[in-house]
Ligand binder design. Structure first.
Ligand SMILES: Cc1cc2nc3c(=O)[nH]c(=O)nc-3n(C[C@H](O)[C@H](O)[C@H](O)COP(=O)(O)O)c2cc1C
Length: 343
């Protein structure tokens, strides 16, 4: 059996293979109420039928003001939670585990009137300048994450992924480029910069019994931002906090891109994290070539392959990968789908 299709026991979580659907905002909530629509239900269910072991729902805001846009999903109202509960049941019925990415956009909220961030520094000239969060404001955000985690528990999710990547609020606290505070959350020490994430994780874990993951941007593509040695230290702290896994992405803090984006371009960071921590590590970024994805696992560079765009292109990517890797043991959710790949 190709490594891609080997099961993985990740703490309490049993995954049937190594293929994870990465969180991807669909910006499809047209009523601006943060509630799942029939589109979302079909979209996620299709990837479960397609065979991904874990479906991580898109960045879902912990409060209305924490949304990137008014079309984002939220997990702060009863109506949202009811619909999420139904979707989780469907994903389970279709053989996948269900995760949700909890997020607050901070200074990258595009539609909010009043933006908040660690410091009053705009993302770019096209964005509003945020207000620096007060101590009460920080406390409310931690409470929002806790309330959303309790809703995720009620909805039956197996995984919460805390969004600490891509330049959203938690990433803004971690980087010294976006955090100029003078209190205990300020950039004077790494411990201070990590404090919001730590408090969010403690709050989430106090109400959520499933698996807790973190998504990091391991590089902000600026030599003055968080260093890899600092990520090594934060990964150790995550272990102490009993975080189960880290999904390793990059970028988004600044309007900067890496010089070159090529298949597996972010896996170097996952490999480093895997070598230097005991966390389960997921890698992401242009991994749609099944041989490359399988090689990364065989070579021990990561435990899981997260796929974004490959699963947008092809919800049945796992069956496509099984065919490409000549894995005869792969069984599609519905046997008739086999005819699409074997005849
Ligand atoms: C349409 C779209 C929406 C995305 N939304 C999110 C998101 O909600 N949260 C997140 O952490 N990353 C988001 N991403 C990034 C993906 O999760 C993934 O890291 C990125 O696309 C690279 O992986 P890929 O090459 O497999 O697509 C998004 C990407 C796409 C293409």
């Amino acid at each position: 059996m190709a490594k891609l299709f080997e099961p993985l026991q990740l703490g309490k979580l049993n995954l049937k293979n190594r293929i994870v659907m990465a969180p991807m905002c669909m910006y499809a909530v047209h009523k601006e109420d943060g509630v799942l629509t029939p589109f979302h239900e079909a979209h996620y269910a299709s990837r479960a039928i397609g065979g991904a072991s874990l479906i991580i729902l898109e960045a879902s805001a912990v409060s209305p003001e924490g949304r990137i846009t008014d079309q984002d999903l939220g997990i702060y109202s009863d109506q949202q939670t009811d619909k999420l509960k139904t979707l989780v049941r469907v994903l389970h019925e279709l053989g996948s585990k269900a995760g949700i990415q909890l997020a607050h956009a901070g200074r990258k909220a595009e539609d909010a009137e009043d933006l908040v961030a660690p410091s009053a520094l705009a993302y770019s000239a096209q964005y509003h300048t945020p207000n620096a969060l007060t101590a009460e404001g920080i406390e409310k955000i931690i409470q929002d994450f806790k309330n959303s985690a309790a809703r995720a528990q009620e909805a039956g999710f197996d995984v919460i992924q805390v969004h600490a990547a891509h330049g959203y609020l938690i990433n803004q606290f971690i980087s010294p480029l976006t955090n100029q505070r003078t209190d205990e959350y300020g950039p004077q020490t790494l411990e201070n910069r990590f404090r919001l994430l730590k408090e969010v994780l403690l709050a989430v874990k106090s109400v959520f019994q499933g698996s807790v993951w973190v998504r990091f941007s391991a590089s902000d593509y600026d030599e003055n931002s968080t260093t890899l040695e600092e990520f090594d230290q934060m990964n150790q702290w995550l272990e102490t906090l009993s975080v189960d896994a880290v999904d390793v992405s990059t970028g988004g803090l600044l309007p900067k891109r890496p010089d070159s984006i090529y298949p597996g371009y972010q896996t170097q960071y996952a490999k480093r994290f895997k070598e230097r921590s005991n966390l389960f590590i997921s890698t992401v970024g242009k991994l749609g070539d099944p041989s490359l994805a399988n090689y990364i696992l065989e070579d021990g560079q990561a435990d899981l392959i997260s796929l974004g765009r490959p699963l947008l292109r092809n919800p049945n990517w796992p069956a496509f990968a099984a065919k490409a890797l000549h894995d005869k043991n792969y069984v599609p959710y519905n046997h008739s789908y086999g005819r699409g790949f074997n005849e």
